[in-house]
Design a protein. Sequence first.
Length: 88
Amino acid sequence: MLNQQSTTIYTKCNNCFKPIDDAKNESWLCARCKRLNLCSLCHVTVKGLYTWCQGCSHRGHHSHMQDWFSCNEECPTGCGHKCLTFLV
């Protein structure tokens, strides 16, 4: 949510889709499924800004996804989805 007084970003687990309360979560593990959100390109835990596709739900580090989609249209996972129109 964006407004003139503050900016709030709500996050969720990309595996089980449970909302993540960063104030209560002391690790990068999801409290429900105990899994990490991994980058689709480098397979390392995504701890900061990430980009995800609303169509296929694959995601990755923002810089990795930006580099990938500068010369590709399809998802880097090989799922075949054309992510460029769905990226957030």
